[in-house]
Design a protein around this ligand. Structure first.
Ligand SMILES: [Zn+2]
Length: 231
């Protein structure tokens, strides 16, 4: 086998290796974190806090209403007990009762508003919880798929590395050095020759270069410097 063909095979393995290593790092970067799941979790936390807050407000208003009601009950009991005869005292008690009733009515309106807010927040928490569960399920199955792909790719990469080592061991070290140097500066080191043209730079090769290439010796394109490979 000509050195050019050996180097061409090496280049094919290198290209495959690079492409698989790129996939490997892409998948690695997708493992372990999820912006949508984190965002959904944050939204749910905020909404739960809001629900707790309105829940606290609801209890506090209800407590105030209960407190007023027991005060009112006591006053009314006093009013209708017949024990109080003094008209001024009765009028005062009546005023106090009216005032408490007005205050209780205000609080009852407030309680209704808060109840609406509690309902809204409860529904919102329930919707966001379902959304988060769905996202987490999707995320977990995606992670499992990615992990499986990752394992497969690791095997492919390891096999390719092994293949590369075997190929490289059979090639003249000096030729490999030239290959690496070209790869570094030109991206690809070995260019196919098709219809007398170097596929690396698309320039027609002189007859002498073509003949040398045909003979199997290591020839480099006089235009781009790449190693010429005639299939
Ligand atoms: Zn060329």
């Amino acid at each position: 086998m000509s050195v050019a063909k050996q180097l061409y095979q090496l280049q094919e393995v290198d290209l495959e290796l690079e492409s698989n290593e790129q996939s490997l790092s892409r998948i690695t970067s997708q493992l372990g974190k999820s912006k949508p799941v984190d965002e959904a979790r944050d939204k749910l936390t905020v909404e739960r806090q809001r629900l707790e807050e309105v829940g606290r407000q609801q209890h506090s208003v209800e407590w105030e209403i209960d407190d007023l009601t027991s005060k009112l009950t006591a006053i009314e009991k006093e009013l209708y007990s017949g024990r109080i005869r003094n008209p001024k005292e009765l009028t005062n008690l009546q005023h106090e009762s009216d005032g408490l009733k007005a205050k209780r009515s205000q609080l009852e309106d407030k309680a209704l508003e808060i109840m609406d807010q509690v309902e809204l927040a409860t529904r919102s928490v329930s919707t966001l919880t379902s959304e988060l569960e769905l996202l987490e399920t999707e995320w977990q199955s995606q992670q499992q798929q990615l992990s499986a792909q990752l394992e497969q790719l690791k095997t492919v990469v390891s096999n390719l590395k092994h293949k590369r080592e075997q190929l490289a061991a059979e090639i003249d070290p000096q030729a490999i050095e030239v290959y690496h140097e070209l790869k570094k500066h030109r991206g690809t080191a070995v260019a196919k020759v098709e219809q007398g043209i170097c596929r690396g730079c698309r320039i027609s090769l002189p007859i002498s270069e073509l003949q040398q290439t045909r003979s199997g010796s290591l020839v480099r394109c006089s235009s781009c410097g790449r190693i010429l490979y005639l299939a």
